[in-house]
Design a protein around this ligand. Structure first.
Ligand SMILES: [Zn+2]
Length: 315
């Protein structure tokens, strides 16, 4: 088992230091600061590490559209994980929702095959998704929503920390910034390395066990259907998703590696609620347009320069 690299945090720009201090002082609960801290990573490290080819700051920079598409891509992979667990009767311990999150995360962090854009394109999806979870948690705290402790999903703040932990564990040197900027305890950081190793062993086992052999017939087809979006935002995001073609790419990759036993359908439709689901009875994987609208609204809550300025002013 490897020991964690010594964490050498890059020098913090003064504005960031003030912003973090002010945030800590203002927040009654530290976790409410996560999204703010997460949001300033990109802007601050772009200055501190701009010559570093492995600069993680690039992963934190995304337009609202990229943020929405990245979160939708994670949801798609999460639902595909449900499909595989269901169809292949994959043995799992613990909540299936957590297993689906781990499978989706590891497919991004430890891909079986690389996309043409390179591995950072997938890491960027993981980073944007983690930020999405942090923002969702911050919103819950802001409105004082009750803790959904009976929900079969982990709390969004835990889904955030799990993703951040796996990212750090996959490459402690490159992602040392997460320990520094997210106040990740060093004991947890060390544990993250072991968590990533265990997750890597499990995802390798899963693909080795269920992977299609070369002599096997191709997997059953997956139909992709886009129904009419209900809002201008979802029209724009549907077009972006089509343009980027990640749905087709993800399914092609999945069917090459895993090979579905029976045909399935991916459908984007309006369902009045911001959600996604795998429906085993109809073998439909549904992504609701309302979820895209919700992600777009969330993207507008990402840390803006004005907000960072306000935090600075409060110091
Ligand atoms: Zn799920």
């Amino acid at each position: 088992m490897s020991k964690p690299d010594r964490i050498a945090a890059p020098a913090r720009p003064t504005a960031l230091r003030r912003s973090v201090r002010a945030c800590r002082a203002r927040c009654l609960q530290r976790i409410a600061c996560v999204a703010l801290l997460f949001g300033v990573i990109g802007a601050s490290t772009a200055v501190a590490q701009q010559d570093d080819a492995d600069d993680p700051a690039r992963l934190f920079e995304s337009t609202p559209e990229q943020f929405v598409v990245a979160n939708a891509q994670f949801v798609l992979m999460h639902e595909l994980a449900h499909l595989v667990i269901d169809e292949k009767r994959v043995p799992i311990l613990g909540p299936e929702e957590s297993a689906a999150d781990y499978i989706a995360a590891m497919m991004l962090i430890r891909p079986r095959t690389l996309p043409p854009e390179g591995p950072d394109a997938l890491l960027q999806v993981a980073v944007n998704t983690a930020e999405g979870f942090a923002l969702a948690w911050r919103r819950r705290e802001r409105v004082g929503a009750e803790l959904p402790y009976w929900d079969n999903h982990s709390l969004t703040v835990q889904r955030f920390s799990t993703l951040a932990c796996l990212l750090y564990g996959s490459n402690p040197k490159r992602f040392s910034i997460l320990v520094e900027r997210l106040d990740m305890p060093e004991s947890r950081a060390r544990a993250c390395i072991r968590e990533y190793e265990r997750a890597a062993y499990a995802i390798d086992w899963l693909f080795d066990t269920y992977a299609r052999k070369e002599t096997d017939p191709p997997g059953a087809p997956i139909e992709i259907r886009f129904e009419d979006p209900p809002t201008l935002t979802s029209v724009r995001m549907r077009d972006a998703i089509r343009r980027q073609g990640f749905v087709e790419r993800t399914f092609r990759f999945f069917n090459d590696v895993v090979a579905l036993d029976e045909p399935a359908t991916f459908v984007m439709r309006s369902c009045r609620l911001p959600q996604a689901m795998w429906l085993p009875e109809t073998r439909e994987l549904v992504l609701c347009y309302e979820l895209l609208d919700a992600y777009m609204a969330m993207s507008l809550e990402r840390t803006q320069p004005a907000e960072r300025g306000a935090a600075d002013a409060a110091d």
